[in-house]
Design a protein around this ligand. Structure first.
Ligand code: SIN
Length: 305
């Protein structure tokens, strides 16, 4: 694969082959997309969230369509750390994309357990710390909306790995710049901006919320403007790179993320409707760069300022 280094996202001297990742929870453990997606155009696979023990997740319904998007209430369902290493890593080691494990848990110790165990496992590029899932009662967003806790957990994990450490930010806060700064202060190498927005749908027959925990996480085209505003704000607040995520269903959306200040992007629930979306974004952004004489990812930022 011949990827121009000027269009590769790099952290701690390690480059993705490209600048488009596929977001955690929307791409399984990657094997699910084998034969559907061209992994040579996917810079990074962000795995399903991994917790120390397997989790069944929330009761159904766990996904519901909304105007302009979808709500999910998966509840961090996953195979657990040991089954992930035994059953999922073989395939992940064979793909050309960087493998970023999304790390989750109920307690800070759970995050430490996952990182400690994965440090000895070959084929992992880095970690994305999930302190922004809105669908669990413990951990997730409850850790990621308090800047003090964000800094604390980031520092605890920073002390345990030299691999790239990316903190996935919640948009469900007053000022996302504060939590981004806290992640930076704790030693994060980058932030993913943003996870889903808390939302609700109500069933007119039952007169009850549709989702099992009442609310869920909103993704899809409806959140693009919210994500762009967050990327814009965070990229001006912190020095570490911002990975733009939220509302990308066309390459033009990804261009907007880069112009807003992102150094790379993640495609999320858009992959459900179009498993080739990440490749299309990769090609479309490169073509836009060619036709606008942008010679590197950094050139997008020069235009934004
Ligand atoms: C979920 O598992 O409920 C979604 C994951 C997330 O929002 O981080």
């Amino acid at each position: 694969m011949d990827i121009n280094p000027a269009f590769s996202f790099t952290l701690k001297g390690q480059a993705w082959p490209g600048f488009v990742g596929v977001a955690s929870g929307t791409f399984g453990y990657a094997k699910e997309y084998d034969g559907l997606s061209d992994f040579t155009k996917i810079g990074a696979v962000f795995t399903k969230a991994i917790t120390p023990e397997p989790r069944l997740g929330n009761p159904p319904p766990r996904i519901v369509e909304t105007p302009g998007g979808m709500l999910n209430s998966i509840g961090l369902a996953n195979v657990g750390l040991e089954d992930f290493i035994r059953d999922k890593m073989d395939f992940l080691r064979r793909i050309p994309s960087a493998v970023v494990v999304n790390v989750a848990g109920a307690l800070e110790e759970d995050y430490e357990k996952v990182v400690d165990r994965l440090e000895g496992v070959e084929g992992i590029w880095g970690y994305e710390i999930n302190i922004s899932c809105p669908n669990v009662r413990h951990g997730g967003m409850s850790l990621g909306t308090d800047p003090r806790l964000v800094e604390q957990i980031t520092a605890r994990l920073r002390g345990r790995t030299t691999k790239p450490l990316i903190v996935k930010l919640s948009p469900n806060v007053t000022d996302i710049g504060d939590t981004a700064s806290a992640a930076q202060n704790g030693g994060a190498d980058a932030v993913s901006c943003i996870n889903t927005l808390v939302g609700m749908l109500i069933d007119l027959k039952t007169k009850r919320p549709v989702l099992p925990l009442n609310t869920g996480g909103l993704s899809g085209p409806a959140i693009l403007p919210v994500a762009l505003a967050a990327v814009w704000k965070v990229s001006r607040r912190v020095k570490i790179p911002v990975i733009g995520i939220g509302g990308i269903t066309r390459w033009e959306d990804a261009v907007q993320h880069l112009l807003a200040g992102a150094s790379a992007v993640q495609v999320g629930s858009g992959s459900f409707a179009n498993p080739r979306l990440a490749e299309e974004v990769h090609e479309g952004v490169l073509e836009y760069a060619r036709s606008n004489q942008l010679k590197s990812l950094a050139d997008f930022h020069a235009m934004a300022d």
